[in-house]
Design a protein around this ligand. Structure first.
Ligand SMILES: NC(=O)c1ccc[n+]([C@@H]2O[C@H](COP(=O)([O-])OP(=O)(O)OC[C@H]3O[C@@H](n4cnc5c(N)ncnc54)[C@H](O)[C@@H]3O)[C@@H](O)[C@H]2O)c1
Ligand SMILES: O=C/C=C/C=C(\O)C(=O)O
Length: 486
């Protein structure tokens, strides 16, 4: 049985309490690892180690030396690519191609891009006149914020954790990471990489456990934490923001979504079907940027529903490492129960179930896994629960629309504001809609294309702040202005 330990001050360690929890395979329900649950002693040791590193070897490095180390981390991740793929497949049950083409390559990229941003982005300066005519010069300096708590979710664990750790370390901070209890493996593996590359001890720390009353809450309430970056459910964000208020700690939140996919009759039909299929069903629908509300211009509606149904019914379930598997399980029995409750609710509210709606036939050896059918609904009113609430599963509702104004109103009728995907060959219309839909991220004739230099984050209940490129510097550093009289 794989033993997963906390990683504190460069050492893998258990916990004073000896408490451990099981990591269950989403694929077949077997126990695949035993994980140490960090308590108050371990959380405090991790924060103290991070603090010491700030004032030790790490804090004494130049920006270029730090950037070189982070490029070394990226290179070591690449060298151990297969280890990270295997660990993340074990953690999530998601197919091999999802790991190799989408999620794991971003681990190295998230370190590389910010190592380069901190070296190449200028800080501002202004020369001002003064009454004596000699003038004064102002220039900005950036300092690390200090010890940053990183709390990450289970749906793309390595991508999402390194999306925060990369810029935090590039800016000179140190981190204490609390990965999701559902997916501890790749974050633990990154500790091995940090040691192998020679990142000073205490810079990168990992504590495992749960949220309320466990490592997550202990970390966010720890007075030695200077800032908190969190990705997860909106409700959890509320709890963490309350904890951050004690001691006035800055937060960066990437939260839930209920994203609209909009398909106009003039869209490239095959690309739109493929794009909506990916955005609704990739990672078994467990993608915050994914589409759960699809709106199709009426002349195309019937044809589009039939085409998406055919795509969905062609997926193959199976073990992630099995060649040809293109569809995995949900992360946990609890999440499966939640998604199936929405499947029932949709029928109670009068949905037409175009396909799916239940549990698929899988091989007997997989029967203990957290499998659900990919599902498409039509015929519901916009007030229906599956159209209002984030399900975070492989399902979407498709509704027809007639005018641009109508579909903008439909898309914006949500408390969330994360992302949208628009399919049309009329680019004037694409620009108009991109400005009108109240989200942080708009994709036109594409989905999940990511330039890591761009602003990334959600509006309304989907988040606070933007990360990406220079936007990450705004959160992971404190900017000071120096004014010198000439
Ligand atoms: N906006 C984005 O970029 C983005 C990306 C991925 C996932 N998400 C969202 O994340 C959710 C799915 O992930 P999840 O189920 O892991 O989210 P979650 O909120 O249940 O948990 C996320 C992390 O927070 C920890 N946590 C929970 N309660 C806590 C507390 N009170 N104090 C401190 N830590 C606490 C958990 O242990 C976990 O590590 C979905 O809502 C999805 O939309 C958003
Ligand atoms: O499930 C949500 C995926 C979020 C993706 C990112 O945060 C990213 O691409 O940086």
């Amino acid at each position: 049985m794989r033993q997963v330990q906390n990683f504190i001050d460069g050492q893998f360690t258990g916990s004073a309490s000896g408490r451990r929890f099981d990591k269950i395979s989403p694929v077949d329900g077997t126990t695949i690892a035993s994980v140490s649950e960090a308590g108050a002693a371990e959380v405090d040791a991790a924060v103290q180690a991070a603090r010491a590193a700030l004032h030790g070897d790490w804090g004494n490095l130049t920006t270029d030396q730090r950037a070189d180390l982070l490029h070394g981390v990226a290179n070591e991740i690449t060298r151990r690519f297969d280890d990270f793929v295997a660990a993340e497949m074990a953690d999530t049950g998601q197919p091999h191609h999802v790991m190799t083409h989408a999620f794991i390559p971003r681990g190295a990229a998230n370190f590389k891009v910010f190592a380069d941003v901190v070296k190449n982005v200028a800080t501002e300066s202004f020369v001002m006149p003064t009454p004596d005519g000699a003038g004064a010069v102002n220039y900005a300096i950036r300092r690390p914020k200090g010890v940053v708590a990183v709390i990450s979710p289970w749906n793309a664990p390595f991508l999402l954790m390194t999306w925060k750790v990369g810029p935090a370390l590039a800016c000179g901070n140190t981190v204490v990471v609390k990965p999701s209890e559902e997916t501890p493996l790749t974050t633990a593996l990154l500790g091995e990489v940090m040691n192998a590359v020679g990142v000073p001890k205490g810079v990168f720390n990992v504590i495992h456990g749960f949220g309320p009353g466990s490592a997550g809450e202990l970390l966010t309430r720890h007075k030695g934490v200077n800032a908190i970056t969190f990705t997860g459910e909106t409700g959890t964000g509320t709890a963490i923001m309350k904890a951050a208020a004690e001691g006035i700690r800055d937060v960066s939140f990437e939260l839930g979504g209920k994203n609209a996919g909009i398909v106009f009759a003039d869209a490239d039909f095959d690309k739109a079907v493929d794009g909506i299929f990916r955005s609704a069903f990739l990672n078994t629908g467990q993608v915050c940027l994914g589409t759960e509300r699809v709106y199709v211009e009426r002349p195309l509606f019937e044809r589009f529903v039939a085409a998406l149904k055919a795509r969905v019914e062609g997926v193959s379930f199976g073990r992630p490492e099995t060649k040809g598997t293109d569809y995995g399980p949900l992360i946990s029995a609890e999440h499966r129960k939640k998604v199936l409750s929405y499947y029932r609710k949709a029928v109670e509210e009068g949905a037409t179930v175009v396909t799916g709606g239940g549990t698929p036939e899988v091989a007997a050896e997989l029967a203990g896994g957290h499998w659900v059918q990919p599902t498409i609904w039509t015929g519901l009113p916009e007030s229906a629960a599956v159209i209002r609430e984030e399900i975070f599963g492989p399902c979407c509702h498709i509704a027809p629309f007639d005018t641009e104004a109508e579909v903008v109103t439909l898309a914006n009728a949500t408390d969330y504001g994360l992302s949208t995907t628009i399919w049309t060959t009329n680019l004037a219309r694409a620009h108009r809609l991109s400005a009108a839909i109240e989200v942080g991220i708009v994709w036109v004739n594409s989905w999940f294309l990511r330039d890591l230099r761009t602003a990334f984050g959600g509006s309304k209940q989907s988040g606070i702040g933007r990360e990406g490129g220079v936007h990450s510097l705004e959160f992971y550093t404190e900017t000071a202005n120096v004014c010198i009289k000439l």
